[in-house]
Design a protein around this ligand. Structure first.
Ligand code: HPA
Length: 273
């Protein structure tokens, strides 16, 4: 067995020995979206520093723990806080939790993030269903030896965001009367926000929202063959137009709370469906 597979198994075994939850769904809660944890009937929770081979997140507003329990009737494993590439973690560490959640049995991956709106029609507080992504991080999470036991060397990325799950999200949003934008998420390494010229460029190449996460985890989930559903909480205007206001991380977190409330309503209805 490869060293990586042994590390994944060690983390999986540590968690499985301490919970009876067999998660079918893995959920990643982005900046300011941790409130969803209040809705979980928690069976077990693990600060990242407790789990073998996990790295620990250092970002303000990203409490790092793995929570297992029942959410709206489904057995779930939830990352409250994630690791970011800009913190200096190697990509293998950024995607390690995704691989452990898959090893725990989760076949569906639901990912959320806070993002800037490149699309001029988006407003802070909007929620965007991710239809596709563009990786502008300057690296790929799967660079390195391929773990054949997880997936192929050259994963197909054509229908990464599962079309059936997107349809479900759109249907549920209409039923719940939650306004839902749709678009392409661009991953930016950070930690700087983008310059106005970079934002105009990202819009021209097809981006609707820009953030500093998600694409590595989605790439790992896709590699493992998981079904994927993604949402961005639009927290700030990021058009790079003449009236572009300066960026502020605290403002991002505050607006994420507003969009987070809409996301909770959506996810409740989606998980129940
Ligand atoms: N850019 C990058 N990441 C972000 C932004 C942004 O404008 N807003 C929230 N996360």
């Amino acid at each position: 067995m490869s060293n990586l597979q042994e590390q994944i198994n060690a983390a999986r075994d540590y968690i499985q020995a301490r919970t009876k939850i067999k998660p079918e769904i893995a959920l990643v809660l982005g900046s300011g979206l941790g409130g969803l944890v209040d809705e979980i009937e928690i069976d077990a929770e693990f600060p990242y520093n407790e789990i073998p081979n996990f790295h620990v997140s250092t970002v303000h507003g990203h409490a790092g723990k793995l929570v297992l329990g029942k959410l709206f009737g489904r057995e779930v494993v939830v990352m409250q806080g994630r690791l970011h590439y800009y913190e200096g973690h190697p990509m293998t560490a950024v995607i390690f939790p995704t691989r452990v959640m898959h090893a725990l049995g989760a076949e569906t991956f639901v990912v959320t993030n806070a993002a800037g709106g490149l699309n001029p029609e988006f407003r802070p507080g909007d929620v965007m269903l991710i239809s596709d992504h563009i990786n502008m991080m300057g690296t790929n999470a799967l660079i390195g030896p391929n773990e054949e036991s997880i997936g192929p060397r050259f994963p197909d990325m054509t229908h990464t965001y599962t079309p059936e799950l997107q349809q479900l999200a759109l249907r549920v949003a209409e039923q719940e009367q939650v306004a839902l934008q749709q678009g392409v998420y661009v991953a930016w390494s950070g930690p700087t926000f983008e310059t106005p010229a970079e934002r105009r460029f990202l819009r021209i190449i097809g981006g609707d929202a820009v953030g500093m996460s998600t694409v590595p985890e989605v790439t790992a989930a896709r590699h493992a063959g998981m079904r994927i559903l993604g949402f961005s909480a639009i927290t700030n205007v990021a058009t790079g137009a003449a009236d572009q206001p300066p960026d502020d991380h605290l403002e991002v977190l505050e607006v994420a709370l507003v969009a987070g409330k809409k996301l909770v309503r959506l996810l409740r209805a989606i998980l129940q469906a």
